[in-house]
Design a protein around this ligand. Structure first.
Ligand SMILES: NC(=O)c1ccc[n+]([C@@H]2O[C@H](COP(=O)([O-])OP(=O)(O)OC[C@H]3O[C@@H](n4cnc5c(N)ncnc54)[C@H](OP(=O)(O)O)[C@@H]3O)[C@@H](O)[C@H]2O)c1
Length: 445
């Protein structure tokens, strides 16, 4: 591994040099173990501690298959899916790996008694499998997390519709929170040259998800002037949705839960901010009953901020807790785009407000390659910036996931894998210089 890191640190990119480097037989990765899926039985979600379930183990390097690439991972990032995996909710992810294992001989490689997690990476291609022609050893890359087989017809219009669609590092093994990762070559995208390894790794999953959910015609199809209510606006998804609304000419109304987080979105350029903790919204009177008066109170607050307008789009992901309110406050004919249910997946809402007012609920999940590429292009062009608040070494992946689980973080939490320190990997200093003020403003979140 030492030779690989040295080659990357000196900025070596020649195919021959990388192809000559031996691939290690084992590598260190953040894993959960199959024999520990009962670790948290009986505990409330909040008390399930990723620091106990995520281990840094030495694991075998997988065999490289057709259409695949083996990548030396310089940095990765925590996504909420790693929180779900590490607390074994809603189900242990070994079920995904077993199902993948039954699908084909290549899928079988993924069905192991450990799961190397992580759905983001920035690094360098070490090897490519047969049938890979546009990527080579030495290419500096980021990887999006859509793994598809595309053997059947359903996915050929929108690859997210492929029946064999999986989220890499969540529904597959050999993810990005590790020194090496196995990806399909059609997950690869160029690393934005003006960013460090950890900055380049951070936006991936959430930036692409926010792009499809908010901008794509497969999502809410946002246009200039739209009022967009963004839950968790300083968080992983929200900090990218906020930037997209701002630079797309829309009007974000940012919901956060503290004055510090309100300051973060203001620094991004958003003026209309709601502190949900200060407002103390109680959308649920008790566990079974919602309180429409509280939905109205939120709606009134939004109108106060927007000069009387209701949201054209609600960017939803908290789920059960907020969904009734989201459906209520959306304007007539507007769209509630949802990609998650952090607070519970059994939603309830008053359907009269939906059908009588011709609103739409749009389900959105990650992004297809085209959408992920377009989202990464925004990063590469300095139109969207990484929102990285804290970076941990690989050995502290459990702590990094704990921070996200407990909502102690802002923006994204990064992890250094092979990169020995932060700030390395910038190849285009001139572009960085041009965007430096913005990079630092967003990095600080
Ligand atoms: N389907 C997909 O492709 C996809 C992709 C990415 C993420 N996700 C899912 O989306 C969710 C959010 O991911 P993320 O990366 O943005 O996580 P995150 O970084 O934790 O940000 C989510 C933010 O939502 C807010 N929030 C949490 N619980 C809430 C509640 N009960 N009511 C109102 N706001 C609440 C919090 O902000 P404040 O405390 O400041 O309000 C939190 O910081 C997760 O469930 C994740 O698994 C799905």
């Amino acid at each position: 591994m030492k030779e690989i890191v040295e080659a990357i640190l000196v900025g070596e990119t020649s195919e021959a040099a990388f192809a000559a480097l031996p691939v290690p037989e084992t590598y260190r990765g953040a894993v959960i173990r199959k024999d520990e899926t009962g670790l948290f039985t009986g505990l409330a979600s909040r008390d399930k501690d990723p620091r106990r379930s995520l281990h840094i183990d030495e694991v075998a390097t997988p065999e490289l298959g057709p259409g695949e690439a083996l990548v030396a991972v310089m940095a990765s990032a925590i996504n909420y899916n790693t929180v779900w995996t590490s607390i074994f909710e809603p189900l242990p992810t070994f079920g995904f790996l077993e199902r993948y294992g039954r699908s084909s001989p290549l899928g079988k490689r993924h069905d192991l008694p450990y799961h190397v997690v992580g759905s983001d990476l920035a690094g360098v291609v070490l090897r490519t499998g047969p049938g890979v022609h546009i990527w080579s050893p030495g290419d500096e890359v980021v990887a999006h997390c859509l793994s598809v087989e595309l053997e059947r017809p359903e996915g050929h219009d929108d690859t997210m519709l492929d029946p064999e669609q999986r989220i890499w590092g969540f529904e597959t093994n050999f993810g990005g929170l590790a020194e090496l990762a196995l990806v399909k070559a059609n997950q690869l995208m160029p690393k934005p040259a003006h960013l460090s390894w950890e900055e380049a790794a951070a936006p991936g999953l959430v930036n692409s998800t926010a792009y499809r959910q908010l901008i794509s015609h497969n999502g809410a199809n946002m246009k200039q002037g739209d009022v967009v209510l963004i839950w968790g606006a300083s968080g992983g998804l929200g900090s990218y949705a906020t930037q997209m609304a701002l630079n797309g000419g829309a009007i974000p109304v940012c919901v956060v839960s503290s004055p510090q987080k309100a300051e973060i979105v203001r620094r991004m350029g958003a003026d209309l901010v709601i502190d949900r903790a200060a407002e103390d919204y109680r959308f649920w009177a008790d566990e079974h009953t919602q309180n429409p008066k509280e939905w109205q109170r939120l709606g009134k607050k939004i109108r106060q901020l927007t000069g009387g307008e209701d949201p054209d789009i609600v960017f939803e992901h908290p789920g059960r807790e907020t969904f009734g309110a989201s459906v209520y406050v959306t304007r007539r004919g507007g769209t509630i785009a949802t990609c998650a249910s952090t607070s519970g997946f059994m939603h309830s809402y008053d359907n009269r407000y939906l059908w009588m007012n011709l609103k739409k609920i749009v389900g959105s999940h990650f992004a297809n390659y085209r959408e992920a590429w377009e989202a990464n292009r925004l990063i590469a062009k300095g139109l969207i910036h990484p929102t990285l608040s804290r970076v941990y070494p690989l050995a502290e992946t459990g702590q990094a996931a704990f921070d996200v689980h407990r909502n102690l973080h802002q923006g994204k939490v990064g992890v250094l894998c092979l990169a020995p320190e932060e700030g390395l990997g910038v190849r285009d200093a001139a572009t960085r210089e041009r965007h430096l003020a913005a990079i630092n403003r967003f990095r600080g979140v």
